[in-house]
Design a protein around this ligand. Structure first.
Ligand code: BDR
Ligand code: CA
Length: 359
């Protein structure tokens, strides 16, 4: 299988201004012949859309889920672990290690989102108690262990705040060149969903996100720009409701819960944020990306948690001259992420529905 996320448009725009060599290197790193299913670790704050993302991954032969690590975000760490265990149990996959992780963000209070995900984080649907047991390892340590066990094979798929991933890379920076790539659900280059600027996962731990974006590994950012275009409708839910099964029925219940919320708040459907990140790991061609330099604002009064993306990959050089600053040149900056800007939304939604149908 050829995995590539280098688009023609990203190539052209970056070629105009930035270091061509840098971009070619970025593209080469993410254009890799991978043998067999793609090995992934899902780091998650389950969460309604996290739950759907996990079930999509577990029903996709293109992916080999090596572990699920839990991070606080949508719900507390404790609730998230319980949810993750119920989900793998529902899918009959107690073979997959599910590990606890951080208890709180690196540098701020935990913000939870029961408001959007239900009091239990799973649309208030009471799944059967899990038959699976939690792995006793600490999530970031498990990530480190698996990356060393499968050098250059693991794709990290963080679909919650980046706390666990940041802790792993801070503890063992040697994992950076050993990770195949990172597919992040998070960020936006077109405004936030928490407030005007910030997307929820980045807002949940901006310092961690800045560490992850600057670690030096190949990143695909699957943010609001594409998630907001991937909208499940009542007709889509009716399509899935024509089949039955424990996972099928749970997802129908989750989608109905989310559709009600969307209607209440005037949105046009259910955005499939986290499932789309998993979908991108399954089939990178679902999204079109552009190479950009992305940094995370950690201090702004109105913009803390914003992903600040440099579309031209250039920055003006200012030099002191005659008591002011003169622009002397335009310097290239190295892109650090492939930012998803377009998505084959209906193709993705149909893939999602087909994978869950009858399960
Ligand atoms: C992200 O925030 C969470 O509420 C969702 O699970 C998703 O990961 C979308 O902004
Ligand atoms: Ca999530």
């Amino acid at each position: 299988m050829i995995l590539t996320s280098c688009s023609t448009s990203s190539f052209i725009s970056a070629h105009r201004f930035a270091g061509l060599a840098a971009l070619v290197l970025l593209c080469l790193v993410t254009t890799t012949a991978a043998a067999g299913p793609r090995k992934v670790i899902i780091d998650t704050d389950p969460g309604t859309d996290d739950a759907m993302a996990i079930l999509l991954a577990l029903n996709s032969p293109e992916l080999d889920v090596k572990a699920i690590t839990v991070v606080p975000g949508n719900v507390t760490a404790e609730q998230g672990l319980d949810n993750a265990l119920r989900l793998v149990s529902l899918a009959g996959r107690c073979d997959i290690p599910v590990a606890h992780g951080a208890e709180h963000p690196l540098n701020q209070k935990l913000v939870t989102a029961e408001f959007w995900h239900g009091m239990n984080g799973l649309a208030n649907i009471e799944l059967p108690a899990s038959k699976c047991r939690a792995d006793t390892r600490f999530g970031p340590d498990l990530i480190i262990e698996l990356v060393h066990k499968y050098p250059r094979e693991i794709t990290l798929v963080p679909i919650g705040p980046e706390t666990n991933i940041a802790l792993a890379v801070a503890k063992d920076p040697s994992i950076v060149p050993l990770v195949h790539d990172v597919v992040i659900m998070g960020g936006s280059i077109s405004g936030g969903n928490v407030n005007a600027a910030a997307e929820a996962n980045i807002y949940g731990d901006p310092e961690a996100a800045q560490i992850v974006f600057n670690a030096g590994w190949p990143i695909t950012m699957v943010g609001l720009d594409v998630g907001n275009k991937t909208l499940v409708s009542r007709a889509h839910i009716a399509q899935l409701a024509r089949t039955d099964g424990p996972e099928n029925d749970f997802v129908v219940g989750v989608l109905n819960f989310l559709e009600d919320l969307s209607e209440k708040y005037g949105y046009a459907g259910v955005p499939m944020y986290d499932p789309l990140a998993v979908g991108t790991a399954i089939n990178p061609a679902l999204v079109t990306t552009q190479a950009m330099r992305v940094d995370v604002e950690t201090r702004g009064q109105f913009t803390r948690g914003e992903t600040v993306a440099n579309r031209s990959n250039t920055v003006e050089r200012n030099v002191p001259h005659e008591g002011r600053l003169w622009i002397e040149a335009v310097d290239p900056v190295m892109p650090n992420a492939h930012v998803a800007v377009e998505v084959k939304a209906e193709e993705f939604i149909q893939m999602f529905l087909n994978r869950l149908a009858g399960k």
